[in-house]
Write a protein that binds this ligand. Structure first.
Ligand code: CP3
Length: 353
């Protein structure tokens, strides 16, 4: 058994009793932290940060050193897989990710290789091993990957998109070809997450940022089916502990029961679904993660506490709640409000006693 000083996060994922509601924040390492901006300037660009294990380790630990968070998340990006497949990834200032060679034909999809996690993606596994060493058991480490649908959105569109014309065009004109790509990506993601677990990730999270852009039947067929396949293929025991799986579909609030049937231990929720509503629909057989609006952090520190307590009360005192935001922290978030948030969550429900 790994010697963890604080395993409240892992306990909550498995619906076991906790000392306090655990909290971590999506994008907890990022531009709102001056120490992150300093490391990124030293690195030169974001991709260098992701591909240099010492730098990835340094920025992973920055929020852990600053706030008493209950979990660390590997600093990386979901786009490491298409990067390793040779699509030519660039991060352009103010523009987000752009691929030089997006997938536009059956030949492009046929030509995709299957990156080996310990060679082409070795930098990620080395980062996981280094972070585990440097964490020295303070809190557990979360590994992650993008869902096949969300990866395919970037690989086919070539960049972020509002309407997903290219990938949805393919979905409605040649669904078999899109299935071929998603099947290929499901295998890549399964191997990638299993390698992260073998390297030391103590939980894994699947980010389905764009699943919510689909119709209900298309979500089941083109996103959830592949995430379910991935979860079934994960090795969920390591170091004599269960490795919980978190599934997060942004905008997935209509599909709670279907998502819960994926085999995930935890569902991540965005701020448009109330936690008490989700609990009523799902019962207590699954943990829930979320779901404060990240923009609530732009108000006053006292307003942040009020909103955090509303979210906490919505779930109630039963175990199986991991506090998080409904999506990532944004670059201009005031740091003192993050401090106030973590403090409010850790004091609850004792604050009113
Ligand atoms: O949560 C964490 O702290 C771990 C790090 C993490 C990053 N990206 C770092 C990052 C994680 C888990 C991701 C996942 C990711 N990457 C997702 C899924 C989650 C989500 O946000 O929906 C997606 C869609 C991506 C793709 C991606 N990477 C985009 C769209 C962008 C640009 C957004 C922006 O803020 O400019 C990135 C870049 C990125 N990934 C940054 C960080 C900290 C900003 C890079 C920088 O300028 O320093």
């Amino acid at each position: 058994m790994t010697n963890l000083q604080n395993d409240n996060f892992l306990r909550a994922c498995l619906r076991q009793p906790v000392d306090h509601v655990p909290i971590w924040l999506m994008r907890q390492a990022g531009r709102y932290l001056p120490e992150y901006r300093a490391t990124r300037t030293r690195a030169g660009d974001f991709l260098t940060l992701c591909t240099t294990p010492e730098l990835a380790c340094e920025v992973t630990l920055q929020p852990i050193d600053r706030f008493p968070l209950d979990a660390a998340i590997l600093f990386s990006d979901i786009l490491t897989i298409p990067y390793a497949m040779g699509l030519g990834l660039q991060f352009q200032e103010g523009e987000g990710p752009v691929f030089e060679r997006p997938l536009r034909s059956a030949a492009d999809i046929d030509a995709l290789g299957q990156p080996d996690p310990e060679t082409e993606l070795r930098f990620v596994m080395d980062a996981v091993r280094l972070i585990r060493r440097e964490l020295r058991g303070r809190v557990p480490l979360i590994g992650f990957a993008g869902s096949p649908w969300t990866l395919a959105c970037y690989m086919i569109e070539g960049r972020g998109s509002r309407d997903f014309i290219h990938i949805k065009g393919l979905l409605y004109s040649d669904p078999a070809l899109l299935h071929q790509l998603l099947r290929h990506l499901a295998l890549s993601v399964t191997r990638y997450l299993n390698a992260q677990i073998a390297a030391g990730a103590q939980t894994v999270m699947i980010f389905d940022t764009w699943g919510g852009s689909l119709s209900t039947p298309a979500y089941a067929e083109f996103s959830l089916a592949y995430m379910t396949e991935i979860i079934a293929g994960l090795k969920r025991e390591a170091e004599d502990r269960t490795v919980p799986v978190i599934l997060f579909t942004k905008g997935g609030g209509n599909w709670l029961e279907a998502m819960a049937a994926s085999g995930a231990d935890v569902l991540g929720l965005d701020w448009t679904t109330e936690l008490d509503h989700a609990r009523r629909r799902l019962g207590d057989g699954i943990a829930l993660q979320g779901n404060m609006d990240p923009i609530a952090l732009y108000g006053s520190a006292s307003g942040v506490s009020v909103e955090a307590e509303r979210v906490l009360a919505s779930h109630g005192t039963g175990t199986g709640h991991i506090f998080n935001l409904g999506h990532g922290l944004t670059p201009h978030t005031p740091i003192e409000n993050v401090t106030a948030l973590v403090d409010s969550v850790h004091r609850w429900p004792h604050r009113k006693a």
